[in-house]
Design a protein around this ligand. Structure first.
Ligand code: HEM
Length: 395
């Protein structure tokens, strides 16, 4: 990869600011997108503070955190609409404090609340919330649970959930601390159903932002709509300023993947491992040429290549916004590796499900990947000072 931030990444940062995710503090310098001026060189591209307020929950359009934990909860039997509203008020005050690096109210480990780690917390509601009395007609447009696909091998341990909190930061201790506070405050209302921990690196060796890599060594995220663009806004936000999030835990079989040659690996995706460029191009953000053929008249980007099958031009313009997290799960001497696949889209039914169904039927990557967990959440809009998360739904 070159050290230069791509256009997408520049706009990614600017987009985060435009979306209300103002980033302050020393380490995160914003480029001036309108003048095309790049972010100042620095030895760390991360850190800072993500302001928790805005029309949208701010982490979505912001760059991926280095460390993240997702906790899905089951609502306790007695938790009704009013109870959920109480929990959302509690979580809102926790999030306001923790993102600023201050202890949450009643914090038992206040020293672990530190500023400058770009801490964020994103909250979502599972399908069961919209069956509670008073909420039955409030299901967001295009929000349903993801149907089980033919290749899925779902495990209860990673599937479903009535509530989600996704905490990210550039410091793992801060993530553990914030999650601990949010889980403790949820105890009267909801109990954890599953937890998933992941990590992502979107900083190059020179400290500049780059598109991160998954554990298959693929540059992953290139084809995303860029935050701050009309494409991003229409892909991600619904009329209320919310969105939907699909969480898929996808096991990557590194043993059989490693048996492939590099060119076989590149053929499965249709992009180069070196810099993520399409097989028909040279730079990461070159457009895919889906018609190009080689000397033997074979398609250069194979018919079942992942980047072809998922490309919006092959899917009636459907787009999603993906943000992966790598995971490892160690049990004694054995290790499972995978991708916590996160997809944001305004409308899950018309954007995500047709794409997933198509990939399930034909994607070359299916040979080395197995989805073992799946969950869907409606992500409410953001909140402004004095307001609280989910107020429009529960207030
Ligand atoms: C283990 C699972 C997966 C891996 C390793 C993976 C990896 C990749 C890679 C390397 C790319 C090319 C670079 C990029 O544009 O980011 C890509 C593109 C893409 N993937 Fe996946 N992916 C996985 C699962 C999925 C799933 C489940 C979906 C959707 C249901 C999906 C949708 C997309 C889309 C929409 C693109 C962008 C295509 C474009 O417009 O260029 N991927 N993926």
């Amino acid at each position: 990869m070159t050290g230069r931030p791509s256009r997408r990444q520049l706009f990614g940062y600017a987009g985060a600011a435009a979306a209300g995710a103002a980033v302050t503090g020393g380490a995160v310098a914003l480029g001036n997108a309108s003048s095309g001026e790049p972010p100042a060189a620095r030895d760390s591209a991360r850190g800072g503070t993500v302001v928790p307020y805005g029309d949208h929950q701010p982490a979505i359009a912001a760059t991926s955190p280095r460390h993240a934990e997702l906790v899905a909860f089951r609502l306790l039997g007695g938790t009704d609409k009013a109870g959920l509203g109480r929990l959302m008020r509690l979580w809102t005050s926790d999030i306001v404090a923790l993102t600023a690096g201050r202890p949450a109210p009643g914090d038992t480990a206040p020293e672990l609340a530190i500023p400058g780690v770009a801490l964020t917390a994103t909250v979502g509601f599972g399908p069961r919330v919209f069956t509670l009395t008073g909420l039955a007609d409030r299901t967001p447009r295009g929000f349903i649970d993801v149907p089980v696909m033919s290749h899925d091998r779902l495990q209860a341990a990673w599937t479903g959930g009535d509530l989600l909190v996704l905490v990210g930061a550039d410091d793992a201790v801060s993530v553990v601390h914030a999650v601990g506070r949010l889980v403790a405050d949820a105890a009267p209302f909801a109990k954890p159903l599953w937890r998933q921990t992941g990590f992502w690196n979107s900083t190059g060796p020179d400290g500049q932002p780059v598109t991160g890599r998954n554990l298959f060594n693929q540059v992953d995220g290139t084809g995303n709509p860029a935050p701050g663009t009309p494409d991003f806004d229409s892909t991600v936000w619904n009329e209320d300023g919310g969105t939907t999030l699909v969480v898929r835990r996808i096991k990557l079989n590194l043993d059989t993947w490693d048996e492939l040659t590099r060119s076989e690996q590149e053929r499965a995706v249709g992009r180069k491992l070196s810099n993520g460029a399409p097989q028909t191009g040279t730079a990461e953000h070159d457009e895919l040429d889906l018609e190009a053929r080689d000397a033997d008249n074979r398609l250069v980007i194979a018919k079942n290549a992942h980047a072809r099958l998922s490309h919006h031009s092959e899917n009636d313009g459907r787009r999603i916004f993906r943000k992966g997290l790598n995971y490892v799960q160690d049990t004694g001497a054995t290790r499972e590796t995978g991708l916590i696949f996160l997809s944001y889209q305004a409308d899950l039914v018309s954007q995500f499900i047709p794409l997933l169904t198509r990939l399930d039927a034909a994607d070359a990557l299916n040979e080395w990947t197995t989805t073992i967990g799946s969950a869907a959440f409606a992500i409410p809009p953001g909140f402004h000072e004095g307001g609280w998360l989910g107020q429009g739904l529960l207030g």
